[in-house]
Design a binder for this molecule. Structure first.
Ligand code: SAH
Ligand code: SF4
Length: 391
């Protein structure tokens, strides 16, 4: 064991915590107690962990810490949506958003500082990529948010208080399946009965379609899956979601079918960002129907239409409500359950795709885009001018 720098216990998934306790000469059940103190009672001071022997408490105080990323800002929207900006070091910040609803509270978590996939309509992608978040930085968002929400309601830490967050979506900044190990470590804590104890159906991974990692997720930690589709054919998807140039729609649909054999829900959620005159015509809707209702090999799915959330210099527009409705109707008439996402937290820039944080870009995406200047997406699409958002 490295005795020089303290171990952040938020970085350890359930099995790793057992191993860590073993290294301290402790039995596995100590790991469960410790995990409950941290993740269920929100305690970060070992001195307060009263059912642990004094000798263990002082050993922990000497060798370990419990530390989530520091909160830079905390905003509450008029609709109750709450957004935190968190410092993940070296000039990088990520965002976490809580969305309260009648009978549930959903936390939207980030998995990377920036994102290398660079979807055309996404402000996170436009910032480039810096690095993967650690397990502690991912689960630390849930830990921080859960106990901040409890504190706001006057529920103290140190007791088993009423749970505020009932659902988690890995839909913030970053592509979770390109930070697979840390995302799965955090997912295991979300599901663990001695940590958050969320059911697999209430935890959703959203991906732009990293096909081999969809298969690995089905084996290692099957939770609900959302796939960011956004296009009905490869030519269009190549432009909107560059991941498609590597993993085509046919491969992605096949991966979805394989995933369904292991998934906790019997459908995949397809997310579809509605962009005016880009992907929102009746023809696109009909093409989607034949993509997923393929006679010999259909994919059991629901659609979630997301009206595009504009951000500065995107050069793109949101489809009109009437267009979204007409588009949805074509899917509904084909027997596909389709919902339109209500946009939440817009006044605090907490809506999908507006999460920008602060990313020290190591991929120089802005430099590369400035060189492209005029981006011509080709067949049936408009010409966009992509301007630099930030020097
Ligand atoms: N990288 C993962 C998860 C994070 S993005 C993924 O792409 O699935 C979360 C969702 O927000 C995705 O469906 C994404 O396509 C959508 N999104 C991104 N930018 C958006 C914007 N400007 N307006 C609306 N939705 C957007
Ligand atoms: Fe990355 Fe998702 Fe944004 Fe695409 S939509 S750039 S995959 S965060």
């Amino acid at each position: 064991m490295d005795m020089t720098s303290p171990t952040n216990l938020l970085d350890l998934d359930p099995l790793q915590l057992v191993k860590y306790c073993g290294e301290l000469g402790e039995k596995p059940f100590r790991a469960k107690q410790l995990q409950r103190w941290i993740h269920q009672f929100g305690v970060s001071d070992f001195g307060e962990m009263t059912d642990l022997a004094k000798s263990l408490r002082s050993k922990l105080a000497d060798n370990a810490i419990i530390a989530a990323p520091a909160v830079i800002s905390d905003h509450i929207s008029t609709d109750g949506t709450r957004k935190w900006l968190l410092d993940v070091g070296q000039g990088n910040a990520v965002e976490t958003v809580f969305i309260p609803e009648e009978n549930r509270g959903t936390l939207c978590i980030s998995t990377q500082a920036g994102c290398a996939v660079n979807c055309l309509f996404c402000s996170t992608g436009k910032q480039g990529f810096n690095r993967n978040l650690t397990v502690g930085e991912i689960i630390g968002q849930l830990w921080m948010a859960e106990f901040a929400l409890r504190a706001s309601k006057g529920i103290p830490s140190g007791v088993k208080g009423e749970r505020q967050i009932s659902n988690v979506v890995l839909m913030g900044m970053g592509e979770p399946l390109l930070n697979f190990d840390a995302s799965v470590g955090a997912l295991k804590l979300m599901l663990d009965d001695n940590a958050y104890g969320l059911s697999r159906r209430r935890v959703t991974v959203s991906t732009s379609g990293v096909v081999p990692m969809i298969d690995r997720l089905s084996q290692e930690c099957p939770v609900a899956l959302a796939v960011s589709l956004h296009a009905s054919n490869d030519a269009l998807r190549d432009r909107l979601v560059p991941m498609n140039r590597k993993h085509t729609l046919a491969d992605l649909m096949a991966a979805c079918r394989r995933y369904l054999e292991h998934a906790p829900r019997d459908f995949i959620t397809f997310e579809y960002c509605m962009l005016e005159d880009v992907n929102d015509s009746d023809a696109h809707a009909r093409e989607l129907v034949s993509l997923v209702k393929n006679k010999t090999n259909p994919v059991s799915c629901k659609f979630n239409l997301i009206p595009f959330n504009p951000y500065p210099a995107s050069g793109l527009r949101r489809s009109s409500p009437a267009r979204v409705q007409a588009f949805a109707q074509i899917l509904i008439d084909a027997g596909i359950v389709t919902t339109t996402r209500k946009t939440r937290g817009e006044d605090i820039d907490a809506a999908c795709g507006q999460l920008a944080g602060e990313v020290q870009d190591r991929t120089n995406v802005l430099g590369r885009m400035a060189k492209m200047k005029e981006y011509q997406p080709g067949s049936g699409m408009k010409t966009f001018t992509i301007r630099e958002e930030r020097a």
